[in-house]
Design a protein around this ligand. Structure first.
Ligand code: ZN
Length: 405
């Protein structure tokens, strides 16, 4: 199969390097509020990738994290007043899992929480201090971006260049450019020293405090998958500073390059002309959608958009996705299951086309179009009796790859 790599900006052949094993890490949510359709798009896209790879006999180890050490979580718990951040994180993680399961998203093999993985973070930070890529200032620890000439190569590949642009983007994403402890405003936090009123602090070899955001993912990825992984994914808003910083700290701590063979980034979903985000409040919530539409319709709606493309949600299109989902349900449930049946030439040709679409950088819009066309052909009664019986099985199996049930 072929996949687009953010680092090379090209669609390239993807094959497992060791045997048939694929190591996949996807950045998960900060559990402080409801998941929205943008999250669903990210995890449904990786779900299809995983289903496709497993259907090829590859053994995928999928690690996803929960960023339960994060300022927005602590702020939300404080704002609510009657709940601890631990309880809020647990409650919102449970809700996220329920919502993803409600639309048949494959759960990770390791679903890891930052708050339980501090020793792995200490190990990486200690190495970076030892080899001069990190420094301690007033009890806080920073990665020195000037120590790595390749810092932000991923950002540059994706078109974000120039110190000022990088700094602005970092500052919009949690970096404190005015922090006087830093040597360079772009240096990013590895360990935040003890601060008055901080709701969450842990003991570390460098005193009390808590980890920075980026080191959490490097530690969890390398602990569960090793120093080099096949695919690292997340929303495209994570390219910088999060993933660029992950590369710098991981490669400099482990000495092994590249940390990641393929970077996969998912496009943003918009509503009312703007990127869906908690801060703007323009959210489509999966749970709410399921009050009006079936899980299969939601999966069709997501799969109709290529994972790299930004897109806007419209209820008209969602209605159309429900229509397609109903048609597929009718086709699959219209005959008794016929698993033993041999595929006919016609169904073999359809399956080949469908698989070819997915194997070319996960072209789900084309896969949905093929599935829809073939289903219509069956329902119109255009197929011979043999073809029709085999078509039902082919439709069931190919739609399962898209997460339909
Ligand atoms: Zn991450």
């Amino acid at each position: 199969m072929r996949l687009f790599d953010t680092m090379t900006q090209q669609i390239e052949l993807f094959e497992p390097v060791s045997g048939n094993e694929v190591k996949l890490y996807v950045c998960g949510v900060t559990p402080y509020d409801t998941a929205h359709l943008g999250h669903a798009f990210t995890f449904a896209s990786f779900d299809i990738l995983i289903r496709l790879m497993r259907s090829k006999g590859w053994k995928v180890t999928f690690v996803e994290n929960v960023t339960d050490i994060d300022d927005p979580l602590f702020a939300k718990a404080e704002q609510l007043g009657n709940i601890s951040w631990e309880e809020l994180a647990q409650q919102e993680t449970d809700r996220f899992v329920r919502e993803m399961q409600s639309i048949q998203v494959t759960m990770p093999d390791h679903f890891v929480r930052a708050s339980e993985e501090l020793p792995a973070m200490f190990e990486l930070i200690a190495k970076l201090l030892q080899n001069g890529h990190a420094y301690i200032s007033d009890g806080w620890i920073y990665f020195s971006v000037k120590s790595d000439p390749n810092y932000a190569a991923l950002a540059a590949a994706a078109g974000l260049n120039g110190y000022d642009n990088l700094l602005n983007t970092a500052n919009e994403n949690g970096n404190n450019g005015g922090d006087p402890r830093k040597r360079d405003p772009l240096d990013f936090l590895l360990w935040r020293g003890s601060s008055e009123g901080d709701p969450a602090e842990w003991d570390s070899p460098w005193g009390k405090g808590r980890p920075g955001w980026h080191i959490e993912c490097s530690a969890m990825a390398t602990k569960y998958l090793g120093p080099q992984i096949d695919i690292h994914g997340g929303g495209c808003d994570l390219i910088f500073p999060h993933h660029s910083s992950e590369i710098a700290q991981t490669e400099n701590a482990t000495g092994q390059r590249p940390y990641v063979r393929f970077w996969m980034h998912i496009g943003m979903v918009a509503l009312d002309g703007q990127k869906m985000s908690k801060s703007l409040g323009n959210l489509v919530i999966v749970g709410k959608l399921l009050e009006r539409y079936t899980p299969n319709a939601v999966r069709i709606e997501l799969a109709r958009h290529h994972y790299r493309e930004p897109w806007e949600f419209f209820y008209d299109e969602m209605d159309d996705s429900q229509r397609i989902a109903n048609m597929i349900d009718r086709a699959v449930n219209g005959h008794a299951p016929t698993n033993h049946l041999k595929f006919t030439d016609k169904t073999v040709a359809y399956r080949r086309q469908f698989m070819a679409a997915l194997e070319e950088d996960l072209n789900t819009p084309e896969a949905v179009a093929l599935l829809q066309m073939f289903t219509e052909e069956l329902l119109r009664g255009d197929l011979s009796e043999d073809d029709a019986a085999a078509a039902q099985r082919a439709i069931r199996e190919t739609s399962a790859l898209l997460g339909l049930q």
